[in-house]
Design a protein around this ligand. Structure first.
Ligand SMILES: Nc1nc2c(c(=O)[nH]1)N[C@H]1C(S)=C(S)[C@@H](COP(=O)(O)O)O[C@H]1N2
Ligand SMILES: [Mo]
Length: 890
């Protein structure tokens, strides 16, 4: 093994009082023999300026990224291209560095660009403690250092994605490919999070601590939560650290302040900490919901993107780490010459578990799991616990672990093996167990995000004459190599090879057989096998009407009449496709659940002749006589529109302007209704057909064009991005899309008349509640009211957004309010505090709705926003006495 790397000593690290005689913390795995301050005490009342980061500097390869200024070690392996920075050290370098990982080699997981904080601003870095507290706080880092006890402790961090590459080889997950080095250990210094929270006096109903960082990402700031009882548990040791390995945190690791949660996945340890919010329920941050979860193995990527409820089920969120281990020696591609090798070969590696649980054994088999050998384990963490160290001040914090016996660090195992036996073996199998007897599983538990991968770690042995070559399961990132890839290429299946079963592998193809089933995509049956009726074209055509609509999906005929009123998209979206082939629309828009429902409505199968006739009917129609029509939209047939202008409204919002068939044509969209947009995805080679519904923001009286406002859901490392919005964003000027419609339950007919599913009623007030891009249908209704001087309907719009920048169509909304102040009131509320904002802050809650939307006279509430908003607004409106018929959810 290489010599341990030494950390650079700095003078800026002494903050508190003096050390007792320096204990020796060094052992064969430690890289910090001189880690106790022995000089005279030097109390620094204000926070010292950070020292220059070790001996690394910014790298040329980062120069075109937002992180161009961040010093980094070139040895780190990049897992997500150049940017954002997600890296692990080569496994051997990580292991050789020993118990404490040098900061430069510590793995990094950044969801976006590193927030740049000027050194001068660090003492004044401010965090808030808000939410369910008696005394909301705003504390600077300077105060944190002065007013709270500082502690120092070694803690291992692990990304939940550690070892994910193995899952990606079996079946691509929604995450990038970590090898087995997504784990590192540092000595952290800071205050206890419990002390800071206690200072704010949480209220009785407080249950969770939500945390938010300063890194602004495509879906908001990074944030997550943990339970308040954990924070209060001294044994869990949850900290707010400002130092790592005796120095200020480096930019990549959260400078100037981060949370460190021992025993849990790294994803909960928020870097660049800005806000602590005490709540009754878990965080609603996008990254808390869509990241760091192990969904059930049968949930496919498609299912998970179609049905949000998979993500909001708190049972699938990961907190404590699970038992895991890996082999460092033999290294990948290491060779052993049997003619010169010593009689004994020593294997080495690491193991860790979660929740403070100690690794209680590590076992290795070299005979496919028939027999197991017990490895020797060293626990360097225990050296910090020894009695005499009580009261030692290390790097400005009190190092006192004597009273707690929880294990918050990795440990190392080794095992001596007879080289002659290795020569006959086809590989190593490694598994660890923790003190709860949680044993690593033999088989992989594949899941959509590929997290917490911890099956037995297998290293294959390939024998070529006198040479043994060792092969790890994978190599990180896109690096080729490893037996899993080899087995897969050879047509074998790398899941659950024959370990533990009788062996039938040959030397050439170790691990080629399998015992367990690869996760497969479930196929949902939409047909009823007892239905045998054959349907001819004439019969189908007889159902081309709104009363008894039949639709065709993949050649099967369905009668959804009983479902018309319940259909979430309104009856019209079904009747609009009556008698036609609705396969594209149906299959792209509907969830697996909706598909399964179709069995009930199955009435028969089209005859081959009827199928041909249907296709022929669909192809003639589109352009011929419709292009000359005064109105563009056609409910039955797709019309082609051409992209002529694309404007960037904000970092993630675009306006797309399309031309109609001719200059004098109007779109033909009744107020309150939507269009279906069909795009052939230019970003995939298969040119997948994508269909979604949108409400244009342009006035329907405009001739020749219409405009869509679209929020683009960009891809993030563990989120592929919104397919449709990315496809639209990728369209070039001159490209075409298909449009069909109108669809929707509701039409605003003007002067207070609202038609819902064809039934008209008159209202005095229209209450509109929206968030984000949900403003688009609202805008149409509001415009209709304001533009008609004779329309006396009173309109109130509650528009919720995160930040001022996120408010869409603000100019138009405010202009309407200025033109018709008596009839039209717009209330913006932001969920994020900002100093410049003079309006309301906070969510759209009951007091706000009660105040702005009184139940006076006939009223109707129109709601358009994300499902969570719609659900909460529905509850509030019910509580405020609104009947189901008084509410409409777009
Ligand atoms: N603010 C913020 N905190 C964050 C992240 C992030 O992207 N932004 N990544 C999380 C994840 S997934 C992990 S594994 C750890 C990684 O910490 P490190 O980069 O210091 O190793 O930080 C966590 N905290
Ligand atoms: Mo992570």
């Amino acid at each position: 093994m290489a010599a341990p790397t030494k950390t650079t000593a700095t003078t800026q690290t002494r903050l508190l009082v003096p050390p007792s005689p320096p204990p020796s913390l060094s052992d064969s795995h430690s890289n910090c023999p001189d880690d106790v301050d022995t000089d005279a005490p030097e109390y620094t009342p204000s926070f010292p300026l950070p020292p220059p980061a070790s001996d690394i500097s910014p790298l040329a390869i980062d120069k075109d990224t937002p992180d161009a200024w961040v010093p980094r070690d070139p040895r780190l392996i990049r897992l997500t291209g150049l940017h954002p920075f997600n890296v692990e050290a080569p496994l051997t370098a990580l292991f050789d560095a020993g118990f404490i990982t040098p900061t430069q080699l510590f793995y990094v997981r950044n969801h976006g660009a590193v927030p740049q904080i000027l050194d001068d601003d660090i003492p004044d870095w401010t965090i808030t403690v808000e939410g369910l507290v008696e005394r909301p706080l705003s504390i600077t880092l300077r105060q944190l250092l002065q007013d709270f006890e500082q502690v120092t402790a070694p803690i291992t961090m692990v990304c939940a994605g550690n070892r994910r590459k193995e899952q990606n080889i079996v079946r691509k997950t929604k995450g990038f490919s970590w090898g087995a080095a997504g784990v590192s250990t540092a000595i952290w210094t800071g205050c206890m999070l419990a002390d800071v929270i206690a200072a704010a006096k949480p209220l009785k109903k407080a249950r969770y601590v939500c945390m938010e960082g300063a890194d602004r990402l495509p879906n908001g700031y990074y944030g997550t939560s943990v339970k308040l009882v954990w924070v209060r548990d001294p044994a869990r040791g949850i900290m707010l650290a400002h130092k790592m390995n005796r120095e200020m945190l480096t930019p990549d690791h959260g400078r100037p302040l981060r949370v460190v949660i021992p025993g849990q996945i790294g994803g909960r340890s928020v870097k660049w900490l800005k806000r602590l919010i005490i709540t009754e329920g878990p965080s609603d941050n996008w990254y808390h919901i869509y990241d760091n979860r192990v969904l059930p193995t049968m949930v496919t990527p498609e299912m998970s993107s179609q049905d949000k409820s998979w993500w909001t089920d708190e049972r699938y969120a990961i907190y404590d780490l699970s038992t895991n281990s890996a082999i460092a020696y033999p290294q990948h591609d290491e060779t052993l010459d049997l003619r010169t090798a010593p009689a004994i070969y020593t294997a080495h590696g690491y193991a860790y578990s979660g929740g403070g649980r100690r690794i209680s054994r590590v076992e290795l088999s070299i005979d496919s799991g028939d027999t197991w050998r017990l490895a020797t384990i060293t626990y360097p963490e225990d050296r910090y616990r020894a009695e005499e160290y009580e009261g030692v001040y290390l790097f400005g914090g009190k190092l006192d672990m004597s009273w707690r016996d929880s294990s918050h660090c990795w440990c190392f195992w080794s095992l001596q093996l007879d080289t002659k036996l290795l020569a006959k073996s086809d590989g190593f199998l490694l598994r660890a167990m923790d003190e709860s007897m949680n044993l690593q599983p033999r088989d992989m538990y594949w899941s959509v995000l590929g997290m917490m991968n911890n099956p037995w770690f297998r290293v294959a042995i390939i024998r070529d004459g006198d040479i043994l070559r060792f092969e790890h399961p994978t190599q990180p990132a896109l690096l080729p190599g490893g037996w899993m890839e080899r087995v897969k290429k050879a047509g074998g299946n790398p899941v659950g090879p024959n370990w533990g079963e009788s062996t039938n592998t040959s030397d050439e193809t170790p691990f080629a057989t399998r015992t367990s089933k690869e996760p497969t995509e479930p196929s949902i049956s939409m047909t009823n096998s007892s239905i045998t009726r054959v349907i001819e074209y004439d019969e189908l055509k007889a159902h081309q009407n709104a009363e008894k609509p039949w639709i065709v999906i993949n050649g099967e005929v369905y009668d959804p009449t009983p479902y018309l009123d319940e259909h979430p998209g309104g009856a019209i979206s079904i009747t609009a496709v009556a008698g036609t082939d609705a396969s594209d629309e149906f299959l792209t828009i509907h969830s697996e659940t909706a598909k399964a429902m179709m069995k009930t409505y199955h009435v028969g199968t089209l005859s081959p002749a009827a199928a041909t006739a249907l296709t022929a009917a669909a192809t003639v129609t589109t352009t011929d006589n419709t292009t000359a029509a005064p109105v563009f939209l056609n409910a039955k047939f797709w019309q082609t529109a051409t992209l002529v202008e694309k404007t960037t409204v904000s970092s993630d919002t675009r306006c797309f302007k399309f031309t109609l068939h001719h200059d004098t044509q109007t779109l033909g969209l009744p107020v309150g209704q939507h269009v279906l947009v069909r795009v052939k995805d230019p970003t995939t080679s298969s040119r997948d057909v994508l269909i979604r519904s949108y409400t244009p923001i342009s006035d329907d009286s405009i001739r020749g064009t219409f405009t869509l406002l679209v929020k683009i859901y960009f891809a993030a490392p563990s989120y592929p991005g919104g397919k449709m919005t990315l496809a639209l964003d990728a369209l070039k000027l001159g490209a075409t899309i298909d449009v069909k419609g109108p669809i929707g339950k509701m039409i605003y007919k003007g002067r207070g008349v609202v038609a819902v599913n064809g039934v008209e009623r008159r209202v005095r007030s229209l209450y509109m509640i929206c968030a984000g891009s949900g403003v688009t249908p609202i805008l149409q209704v509001l415009r209709a009211v304001v533009q008609d001087g004779g329309d006396e309907t009173r309109c109130v719009v509650l528009d919720g957004n995160r930040t001022e920048e996120d408010i869409l169509c603000r100019g138009e909304l405010d202009a309407f309010a200025a033109v018709a102040p008596q009839r039209c009131r717009i209330v913006h509320t932001l969920s994020r505090l900002s100093e410049s904002w003079k309006g309301l802050t906070g969510r759209i809650d009951r007091p706000l709705i009660a105040r702005e939307m009184p139940q006076e006279g006939p009223v109707m509430a129109l709601v358009c926003g994300p499902p969570a908003l719609e659900t909460s607004v529905r509850q509030i409106l019910r509580a405020e006495g609104f009947e189901e018929q008084d509410m409409l959810f777009f």
